[in-house]
Design a protein around this ligand. Structure first.
Ligand SMILES: *Cc1c(COP(=O)(O)O)cnc(C)c1O
Ligand code: SF4
Length: 348
């Protein structure tokens, strides 16, 4: 105090900023807990015509709405066609049955030797590290997934780890979900340490949308365990439109890269979201600005409630051919479909 000049003391009480509420962003856990879960609230916040509300409520009854604030702020208010909003706004179309659209299109129920573990492809195993997601995407192929039955306890994790230890052909553990980064860093640090202790494992892959919808998820506690592991890490993001990538997302990607992660992206080709060459080219360009390479462009899995997002295969191929004309090869994603029983994703 004695070192303060009288001038400072005089000015201090007059500073407006001291009396204004602080605009500190809450921790990711709080942002997640505060995500919008009410379809009316979603419509109201985006200033949609009330005519959208009944459809939103009907869809919500089938698969609940969930949209974090940080994702909402990237949408254009008053525009029901906004490409980010379309991914999360339930429509009355979801209630319409569509032939061929089923609850478990990938037949994952048949490939679950243990709770929370899916071993379909050689050398890599997918682990359901968290049943929850930070955002509920309407086209999600796991929208009917029985997560409650696939949310492992510690004892079940031990059995999953035994499964990995016993199979020396497994090189890569893929943390998936839900969204694996919805789990706590305490849990993830524990799991990743155990995985790192399995000698034949080389890679840790994380399939996540959290750095996109709540970029603050990439915080110090996460970077601690990510940096500590001996495993090579690959983070596969899920971004469908260039507008999803704002400065906060770019900064989160940079933090992941500094921690040594290779960044890839997978998208789903979605009617009304990214079904044009321009939208896909903008996405690839913007991904690369964020240090992310396009990996897969998935055609829609025929999950019940998502038929209105479908883009026919011929159109899908045309879009990718169009991309090849305007982008370098490394910015063109591989167009794939997942066919139950196949040994890998199937190129179209
Ligand atoms: C998609 C998927 C993978 C990963 O496949 P890659 O081609 O290696 O990206 C692994 N396991 C399951 C069950 C999958 O669905
Ligand atoms: S984040 Fe992924 S798993 Fe979760 S709802 Fe969206 S598409 Fe599905």
């Amino acid at each position: 105090m004695i070192t303060r000049s009288p001038a400072v003391l005089q000015r201090a009480p007059a500073r407006e900023a001291d009396t204004e509420p602080l605009t500190v962003t809450p921790a990711w856990q709080t942002q997640l807990a505060r995500a919008i879960r009410d379809p009316r609230e979603l419509c109201r916040r985006l200033r949609l015509d009330p005519a959208w509300v009944p459809g939103a409520e009907a869809g919500h009854a089938l698969f609940e709405v969930r949209v974090p604030e940080a994702f909402l702020t990237r949408m254009r208010p008053g525009d029901p066609a906004d490409p980010l909003l379309r991914q999360v706004l339930p429509l009355i179309d979801e209630a319409a049955p569509a032939p061929g659209y089923v609850a478990d299109p990938l037949a994952e129920a048949e490939h679950t030797p243990q709770r929370g573990l899916i071993h379909k492809y050689a050398g890599r195993v997918l682990l359901i590290a968290s049943p929850a997601c930070a955002v509920n995407c309407r086209y999600c192929f796991r929208r009917h997934f029985p997560y409650a039955e696939n949310s492992p306890s510690r004892a079940q994790w031990e059995r999953t780890l035994d499964y990995l230890r016993d199979d020396a052909s497994i090189r890569e553990a893929i943390l998936s979900g839900g969204d694996p980064l919805a789990a706590s860093d305490r849990q993830l640090a524990w799991l990743v340490e155990r995985l790192g202790a399995i000698p034949h494992l080389k890679r840790l892959r994380i399939h996540t949308r959290l750095p996109v919808v709540i970029p603050d998820r990439i915080d110090g506690a996460l970077l601690d365990w990510l940096t500590a592991t001996r495993l090579q890490t690959v983070v596969v993001l899920h971004i469908n439109h260039a507008n999803e990538i704002d400065d906060a997302v770019i900064a989160a990607c940079q933090r992941l890269q500094r921690a040594g992660a290779t960044l890839l992206n997978q998208s789903v080709l979605l009617r009304g979201v990214n079904d044009s060459v321009d939208a896909l080219a903008d996405l690839s360009e913007r991904l690369f600005e964020a240090g992310v390479l396009p990996y897969y462009l998935h055609v829609l899995d025929p999950v019940a409630g998502a038929a209105h997002f479908d883009v026919p295969d011929d159109e899908a191929r045309e879009r990718v051919a169009g991309l090849r004309e305007v982008l370098p090869g490394f910015l063109v994603p591989r167009l794939v479909r997942e066919i139950p029983g196949e040994a890998s994703k199937t190129p179209l």
